[in-house]
Write a protein that binds this ligand. Structure first.
Ligand SMILES: [Zn+2]
Length: 378
């Protein structure tokens, strides 16, 4: 089983995906945002130049330095502000996402004859030739279990606009080469969801049981960002995105063991609960109050090696508690964060105000209840 640390970098990339495109959103103080985001008058179709080719896309938003465009295959691209006139032009063509058939052909051309592209209802899985249905079934089952889980709790789930793409490279080395090609800088990962290209990447070079939890975690990110549970173009607090990722690591939750979810111990992320029991003193709630407030207010704990494990574990606990005990608040916090305006910086004070309003209690009371709940778990 992999330790959570192996997911740190990809998650920083995945959850704050736009980071790749709008680097300063990651770390920017409020002033950086004040200084330049404007939405064009609603998303408009444009032609834009990428890798020496003109493509049609949807122009989403401008900053002082870049324009953000969604291509027909769901990729997010940027055009430099000072190249807008050369590299971007209006078009009368309607923007229409690529069909599964078009994307399948595109993936075949991209990956060549050593790979199959297997279509399922919701996925296009690129994998080394002749690997059968194990990976396609795993992604498809994970997504279906995700949709069912959310629907049962009153979360609005919509059908994605793009077929989801999962790329299974033959081994770790090939995966890192592919990550390099996509200019994604990570190390020591078993898989990642890259928001910019809307793909999950993993590899088939080890035992599946060693990387399965990570792949389920990343697949949950992809499901969430493609079904409207999170937005790909706004800044969702990391405790929410990572709490969801952690929650879907157990095999029973991701549809891996049919009918096994009736035992709470099977639904729990055992690694997270173990970490919490070893790290925080759960006989009082002081520790939990501090952690809940830190995660509600900002995402810094996810960027610091000394706090990142606990940040993931507490995020899991917060989302798991809501998913098990308060479906209304669980659905409300997802609905609210998914519908915030694109690219609007989510300020610390506002995060706290929204949290307390949605939960109907203050952070201290929330942390007290959460601590009590964790103590009751098997
Ligand atoms: Zn994650």
């Amino acid at each position: 089983m992999l330790s959570t640390s192996l997911r740190v970098l990809p998650d920083a990339f995945g959850a704050l995906a736009i980071a790749a495109a709008f680097a300063f959103l990651l770390t920017a103080p409020d002033s950086a945002i004040a200084n330049g985001y404007q939405s064009p008058t609603g998303p408009r179709p444009v032609e834009f130049l990428i890798n020496s080719q003109w493509q049609t896309g949807l122009h989403l938003v401008d900053s002082s330095t870049e324009s953000l465009i969604m291509a027909k295959d769901g990729w997010l691209h940027t055009v430099d502000a000072n190249k807008r006139t050369e590299n971007m032009r209006p078009t009368s063509e309607r923007y229409q996402p690529a069909s599964a058939m078009q994307m399948r052909n595109q993936l075949r051309a991209e990956f060549g004859r050593d790979f199959d592209v297997v279509a399922t209802q919701n996925f296009l899985v690129v994998q080394p030739r002749g690997r059968g249905n194990r990976w396609p079934d795993m992604f498809e089952n994970s997504h279906r279990a995700f949709v069912e889980f959310m629907t049962k709790r009153g979360v609005r789930v919509r059908k994605g606009r793009f077929p989801m793409v999962a790329v299974v490279l033959p081994d770790a080395r090939a995966m890192y080469a592919e990550l390099d090609r996509l200019k994604i800088d990570v190390s020591r990962v078993a898989g990642i969801y890259a928001n910019r290209c809307n793909r999950v990447l993993t590899h088939d070079g080890g035992r599946l049981s060693d990387i399965a939890a990570t792949v389920r975690h990343e697949a949950a990110h992809q499901s969430a960002f493609n079904s409207g549970v999170h937005s790909r173009v706004n800044d969702t607090p990391s405790w929410i995105t990572e709490g969801i990722g952690q929650m879907f690591e157990p095999e029973s939750l991701a549809g891996g063991i049919v009918g096994s979810t009736h035992r709470i111990a099977d639904r729990m992320n055992q690694e997270s609960i173990r970490h919490l029991r070893n790290t925080l003193s759960l006989n009082r709630s002081d520790d939990m109050v501090r952690w809940v407030e830190r995660l509600v207010d900002g995402d810094d704990a996810f960027r610091d090696q000394s706090s990142v494990h606990t940040a993931y574990a507490v995020s899991w606990a917060m989302m798991f508690y809501l998913a098990e005990r308060d479906h209304t608040a669980f659905a409300d916090v997802l609905h609210f964060t998914a519908t915030r305006p694109p690219f609007e910086n989510y300020r610390r004070g506002q995060r706290r105000i929204d949290f307390e309003r949605i939960m109907g209690i203050d952070t201290v009371t929330f942390a007290n209840r959460l601590t009590r709940y964790l103590n009751e778990l098997p």
